[in-house]
Design a protein around this ligand. Structure first.
Ligand code: AHM
Ligand code: MG
Length: 344
């Protein structure tokens, strides 16, 4: 018989293969307190939503009634896709009867959705974009989900959720799920940025990389140059600068999560500036740019409107938009220097 002390566990095996998301959250918090258990359980439910959405996306071309538009518009006046609605409801359903999340606020809902049975004990709010980059859905390209968790402050008797109108430092966790060739979940609880790959054979997100650090500079600039003539001069000057200098390359997929993931891993800058039609840009603060800003800063990068740190912005309304310049420190600073030189 082999004595236990003689069993040699290969180095690659357990930690690499078996660190699941919920275990990782508990390890990060180094505690089994009620708060730590709650956060770990919330992350597991978000992961479940990610698995359900990933499964549906992978079969979308084979099923009836999954792709295409519903014919309705959301609160921002954008045409809604069937996958937007499905994914929005998935996040709601995974939190029903969980006792964890009292309110969910998303891009697809004018007002937050309350789960009354959770509210007496569920002190948290989930802010999310269920399908980010939905124009990519029908052509089988990458899309994502973005999320942030905030603690509910006060009682919210009038159902207006005004406590959500606070800066990004109130996020206790944030992350995104990228539905690409593989499904990847990236999250932070303010102690670094970590990524997990979905292993379809296990149905689990397994730790891939801890403490991801974004390079200080990267070659990629990621922006919709179709808006060139709608930007102000400073942005146009920045783009002319990268066109005229060696070492830059453009990459833009039309889905923030995919473009941001590339930049997080390899460096560079993502821009969605204001335009003449939309001076605040397109992206929404509470469930798009603030969560990504939290990730970027935790990874050693920067997130700015061009003049203001995104995490410092206090929104006036839940669906507020903000210009976004996100990525490597030096690249974001370069864009800021163009904007600030012109005083714009
Ligand atoms: P959505 O959440 O409604 O899909 O909109 C957000 C998306 C981002 O993923 C992406 O960066 C941007 O809109 C693309 O917009 P545009 O087509 O104007 O470049
Ligand atoms: Mg979006």
């Amino acid at each position: 018989m082999i004595a236990q002390s003689e069993i040699i566990i290969p180095e690659y095996s357990l930690d690499r293969d078996c660190t699941t998301l919920s275990r990782h959250v508990l390890q990060q918090l180094n505690s089994f307190s009620a708060d730590a258990q709650d956060l770990s359980a919330i992350m597991s439910r978000i992961a479940l939503a990610g698995k359900l959405i990933s499964r549906r996306l992978s079969r979308a071309g084979l099923m009836e009634d999954v792709l295409g538009f519903t014919g309705d518009s959301n609160i921002q006046g954008e045409s809604v896709k069937k996958m937007d609605i499905y994914a929005n409801e998935v996040f709601i359903s995974v939190f029903k009867q969980s006792g964890l999340i009292c309110r969910l606020a998303s891009e697809e809902m004018e007002k937050p959705y309350y789960i009354p049975e959770n509210c007496p004990i569920g002190r948290y709010t989930l802010l999310y974009d269920p399908i980010d980059g939905s124009s990519n859905v029908d052509i089988n390209l990458n899309v994502g989900s973005i999320f942030a968790i905030r603690q509910q402050e006060g009682e919210d008797f009038d159902g207006k959720a005004t406590d959500l109108l606070q800066d990004g430092s109130k996020q206790i966790a944030a992350g995104y799920i990228l539905y690409g060739p593989a499904t990847v979940l990236v999250y932070t609880i303010g102690q670094g940025v970590h990524s997990f790959f979905l292993d379809p054979s296990l149905g689990e997100f397994i730790l891939a990389q801890e403490n991801i650090k974004i390079p200080d500079h990267g070659s990629v600039y990621s922006v919709n140059e179709g808006n060139f003539w709608q930007w102000n001069d400073s942005l146009r000057d920045y783009i002319r600068y990268v066109h005229r200098h060696e070492g830059y390359t453009g990459r833009y997929s039309g889905a923030l999560v995919g473009d941001i993931h590339r930049i997080l891993m390899q460096g560079g800058v993502f821009l969605y500036p204001g335009t003449t039609d939309q001076p605040e840009g397109k992206l929404r603060l509470l469930y798009e740019t603030a969560p990504i800003a939290f990730i970027m800063e935790q990874a050693g990068g920067k997130a700015s409107t061009g003049t203001t740190r995104i995490l410092d912005i206090v929104p006036e309304k839940i669906h507020q938009r903000t210009p976004a310049i996100l990525g490597s420190k030096k690249d974001v600073q370069l864009v800021e220097s163009f904007i600030q030189d012109k005083g714009e």
